[in-house]
Design a protein around this ligand. Structure first.
Ligand SMILES: NC(=O)c1ccc[n+]([C@@H]2O[C@H](COP(=O)([O-])OP(=O)(O)OC[C@H]3O[C@@H](n4cnc5c(N)ncnc54)[C@H](O)[C@@H]3O)[C@@H](O)[C@H]2O)c1
Length: 257
């Protein structure tokens, strides 16, 4: 199988670090021209420079900034072939890891604004350009938390579940106009953030890994390869799909009775 992103123009939101950085690197390594976008300008510039792409600052929760991002890409490169809506946040503050009856409303709004509204802004801005072109591929980064309910993070669970259903609805709407919309749902993936939060503590790590059949966290490159496939022409007939990359976490109860 050859992966066809040679010569394509891609945007990756939240591309400065973590999974987004890996996605940007993987797309670039396979021949795409990548616009890295993030709220972190210094890191975003460094990531973009390392892969020969460009950086455009953008807070995805701001409708106008996301439309300006897509407009800038189209003005510079004449088109947009791949839009990866990766930017996302969660909260691990103890005061936010509580049941829904006590979940802080400001945390709810903050997460919904970035993870759900931000993804919609990216989809809509990209779709306007892609419908005009009659071609394009949008990949939304959701989460296993959108596939199965996890406790004590209601804002994140709700946002990611909505992203998955929105992905399907847009696939139905935009398919006739030549635009594919898919999602990738990562399981627990090793980044600087998750290493510090979960994997530096041996007991906590063992507890998390006991739920994952492959007994290890995912690598950011393993998420990026799934995005590369969906973004590419190799997935030309894949539309409205959620590709779960979680080591088997959500495939069943990993427990003995
Ligand atoms: N790491 C995991 O275990 C995991 C698991 C499931 C899903 N995900 C999802 O993968 C995506 C990337 O996560 P990650 O682990 O690499 O996180 P990360 O925190 O390492 O990186 C996220 C990037 O998004 C940027 N960002 C945050 N808010 C933004 C905004 N409003 N506008 C633009 N950029 C913004 C950050 O600056 C950062 O560069 C997220 O959507 C996350 O929900 C991650």
């Amino acid at each position: 199988m050859s992966v066809g992103v040679q010569g394509k123009i891609a945007i990756v939101t939240g591309g400065a670090q973590g999974i987004g950085k890996s996605i940007a690197e993987t797309l670039a390594r396979n021949g795409a021209t990548v616009v890295v976008s993030d709220v972190k300008a210094e890191q975003g510039l460094a990531t973009a420079a390392a892969l020969g792409g460009t950086f455009f600052p953008c807070d995805v929760s701001d409708f106008d900034q996301v439309h300006a991002l897509v407009d800038a890409c189209a003005a510079r490169y004449g088109r947009l072939d791949i839009m990866v809506n990766n930017a996302g946040i969660n909260s691990n503050r103890p005061e936010d890891r509580v049941t829904a009856d006590r979940y802080p409303i400001e945390t709810w709004h903050k997460i919904i604004n970035v993870d759900l509204h931000g993804t919609f802004h990216g989809c809509q801005a990209a779709a306007q350009q892609m419908v005009e072109q009659r071609s394009g591929s949008i990949v939304n980064i959701a989460s296993v938390a959108g596939v199965v309910a996890l406790r004590l993070q209601i804002g994140y669970v709700a946002a990611k579940a909505a992203v998955l259903r929105m992905t399907e609805a847009m696939a139905c709407e935009l398919g006739p106009m030549g635009v594919r919309v898919n999602a990738v749902s990562p399981g627990s993936t090793l980044t600087d953030g998750t290493r510090e939060l979960f994997y530096n503590d041996k007991d906590r790590a063992e507890h998390i890994l006991s739920f994952i059949p492959q007994r290890r966290p995912g690598e950011t490159t393993e998420i990026a390869e799934a995005v590369l496939f969906l973004a590419s022409d190799a997935a030309a007939y894949v539309n409205g799909h959620n590709l779960i990359v979680d080591g088997g976490w959500t495939c069943g109860f990993n427990r003995d009775f």
